[in-house]
Design a protein around this ligand. Structure first.
Ligand code: IVH
Length: 697
């Protein structure tokens, strides 16, 4: 949505050229986005982006920290695995951390894994090392703690150190014993994987779809979503299973080997995966990998590889761990599952942000035990690059990831009846032009609130916390009012105030709620200009940028007028716009695009008939620096950069991020770099920090 700046295009050179302030703002925004994706994935079990795109964001965040080491904090992505536990569940610290596994993909890497163990333990070549190969279950890991034979807590992995307390939910799973036999150690922590069978996953999704509820992307997300329910009765209705495969804290060992431990677990009443095999060489491990891999499609549940573990527990102890993974175990991942089918048609879906996404309609087939009839085609270039035509036979791949992908078309199987797909340049939902900005991969509908594919999501954004923040008007109500045909444009929200009787008559509403809602709406008729700008949902305009714009323009009209003028990049309005700190050409373009569209101008006009935006504190028009453009560079010692900037703006100056001919003053702190030089070259007045302070005080 609007607060989602796109960072993917930033190169490492560009990262380095950011100022420290810009770097901090970028890093904060980036980390906020990553956190949002973490929540979508780990808490809502509903990923928004592919694993690969997520990794890109994380790498960028790490690269920024590398370029600006002073920004490293406890909040760093470096320190995270999984996600921090949510607030919905109580937290549980793991008595022993829950580790992850490093991955290998090639058979040669098995030998390298074994060689590392020989070297680390300093074993002679003649010593035999025993291993266990187990399927890697694609579910979510859980730690079960039994005290005196009773199940006391169950926790998710969380970030590896602290997980979520899901004890009540876990107790609904029939594979998990509540009481252990007398032979169990006093303290006995058993770890393993919760999973959902593929058939149960499909049945669940059918039921969810029929009930208009969200469907899950894969059995793993479905298992996680089903377990992490506040209402335990929902978990009880879902069919979840458990395989045990590791120990947490044990008051006394159950065995001196892993294989012995697993058979003890069976005796204690746990399910242990029946394909678990003992091996003594890389050849045997690889044979186990192939045998398990061959049965993959026939298994009731998803597996994504084979885990190799050293059998002797004393050796496991000696080997220990490196960062967050044990040296004594490794996951050999399977390649993504592939299959061939026919591409029957290509449909265009409009995302809630207006992006046009091509979706392949396929002749249904089973890949890895899951029936697939749709696949994403990403974007128009992808279709062209892979030369995918309607009617083609295609190779489909399911990587356990969100949606299956089309890897390639098979031109040698063409019959001559295939047709080339022409990507639409109008939105199939609203008929507005769908435009693909230069250098971008995605075509977007320009209909905004006029496009029904987007209007609900845009309205939800419009009333969100940093925007209009209208109490009692959330997603549910907006969806309902949309269905009733009461809401389309933002101004319609304010027209709701004349619908008191109708609102009161709605299910679960009543007069009191209707009155409250109307009061809440009316109380927002006078509202901060920055909230209004943010609420419009202009691409790349988050609340921070909206504040800058509100400061600089003081009214929606002048912002709109400036953007209309700035269509001509030679107009001074364009320079003014990009002179605002953090507004580069790309942000300026999104602003101009928005305000130049007639339907958005109408939106603003009707909105302003309902509300009065309050500009931020009026800057002085008669101060010594009113109207001048100021650039700060280097480190200020007596006041913070933010304070200096606020002071300048209060006194009617504009603060710019870079020095140009239009700059009036450059305030130079310590360690100032190229900007100070440029100011000298351009003959711009340079002020020291003290000179600045005496100028403004
Ligand atoms: S052993 C210390 N065994 O894979 C190692 N993990 O990528 C602890 N997993 O977090 C894990 N099947 O959720 C182990 N047979 C198996 C597994 C398994 C699935 C998962 C587990 C772990 C993740 C690591």
């Amino acid at each position: 949505m609007a607060s989602h700046q796109s960072f993917a295009h930033l190169t490492s050179e560009e990262l380095k050229s950011l100022s420290a302030d810009q770097a901090k703002i970028t890093l904060d925004a980036l980390n906020a986005q990553i956190t949002e994706h973490d929540i979508a994935y780990h808490e809502r079990d509903e990923p928004i982006i592919s694993d690969a795109d997520y990794d890109k964001l994380v790498r960028l965040s790490l690269a920024l920290e590398e370029a600006f080491p002073s920004l490293k904090s406890d909040n760093s992505r470096r320190l995270k695995i999984g996600s921090a536990p949510s607030d919905v569940f109580a937290k549980i610290s793991h008595a022993r951390p829950m580790l992850s596994l490093s991955n290998i993909f090639e058979p040669e890497e098995i030998g390298q894994f074994i060689q590392r163990i020989y070297r680390f333990l300093n074993l002679p070549e003649t010593t035999e090392i025993g291993f266990v190969a187990e399927p890697k279950i694609d579910g979510l890991s859980i730690s079960l703690r039994y005290e005196d034979g009773k199940l006391v807590t169950a926790a998710t992995r969380g970030d590896g150190t602290t997980g979520e307390d899901v004890t009540e939910n876990i107790k609904t799973i029939s594979d998990i014993p509540h009481i252990l036999p007398k032979s169990a150690p006093e303290i006995c922590e058993v770890r393993g994987e919760i999973y959902m069978n593929k058939s149960d996953f499909l049945a669940l999704n059918n039921a969810q779809e029929a009930a208009g509820k969200k469907v899950f992307a894969n059995p793993r997300n479905a298992a996680a979503g089903s377990l992490r329910q506040k209402d335990v009765s929902i978990t009880r209705q879902r069919s979840l299973h458990f395989f045990a495969y590791a120990a947490g804290a044990l008051s006394q060992p159950l065995s001196d080997t892993h294989s012995g431990f697993l058979s003890q677990l069976s005796t204690l009443g746990f399910s242990v995966n029946p394909m678990t095999t003992q091996c003594i060489s890389s050849q045997e491990l690889y044979a186990a990998y192939q045998a398990i891999g061959a049965s993959r499609g026939n298994l009731e549940y998803d597996i994504d590889g084979v885990v190799y573990k050293i059998d002797r527990l004393d050796w496991q102890m000696r080997l220990g761990q490196i960062s967050r993974s044990p040296r004594w175990a490794i996951a050999h991942k399977f390649p993504a599952e592939q299959a061939e089918t026919r591409l029957v048609d290509i449909d265009i879906q409009i995302g809630r942000t207006g992006a046009l996404t091509p979706v392949a309609r396929l002749q249904p087939l089973t890949v890895g035990g899951v029936v697939v009839s749709n696949a994403t085609l990403h974007n128009e270039d992808e279709i062209r690059r892979k030369d995918i035509r309607i009617g083609d036979m295609v190779i489909l791949q399911r990587a356990g990831d969100v949606i299956p992908q089309i890897v390639a078309s098979l031109p040698e199987k063409r019959t001559g009846n295939e047709t080339i797909f022409h990507f639409p340049d109008v939105c199939p939902v609203c008929g507005y032009p769908a435009i693909r900005p230069e250098g971008e991969a995605v075509r977007r509908c320009t209909g905004g609130f006029d496009c029904h594919a987007q209007s609900v999501e845009r309205l939800i954004h419009f009333v969100s916390r940093d925007a209009f923040d209208i109490e009692g008007l959330g997603t549910k109500q907006i969806e309902l009012f949309d269905e009733l045909g009461w809401l389309k444009h933002p101004s319609d929200i304010f027209l709701l105030t004349s619908k008191k009787e109708e609102i009161a008559a709605l299910d679960r509403m009543g007069e009191k709620s209707a009155n409250n809602l109307i009061d809440a709406i009316n109380s927002r008729r006078r509202i901060g200009l920055e909230r209004v700008i943010f609420a419009l949902g202009i691409r790349q305009i988050g609340i921070a940028t909206a504040k800058l714009l509100a400061h600089s323009f003081q009214s929606l009209h002048s912002l709109q007028e400036a953007c209309i003028n700035a269509q001509d990049i030679n107009h001074p309005a364009y320079q003014d716009l990009i002179n605002i700190a953090q507004i580069g050409e790309s942000v300026a373009k999104d602003l101009i695009d928005f305000f130049c569209q007639t339907h958005n101008q109408n939106l603003v006009k009707y909105l302003l008939e309902e509300i009065i935006p309050i500009p931020p504190e009026q800057p002085q028009s008669n101060s010594v620096i009113s109207g001048s453009i100021i650039v700060f560079t280097g480190t200020l010692t007596q006041l913070s950069r933010a304070e200096a900037k606020a002071q300048a703006e209060r006194m009617g100056a504009k603060v710019a991020g870079s020095v140009s001919k239009k700059t009036d003053y450059v305030v130079v702190g310590t360690d100032a770099g190229s900007k100070a030089q440029k100011a000298t070259d351009l003959g711009i007045k340079i002020l020291s920090e003290n000179e600045w302070i005496s100028l403004v005080s």
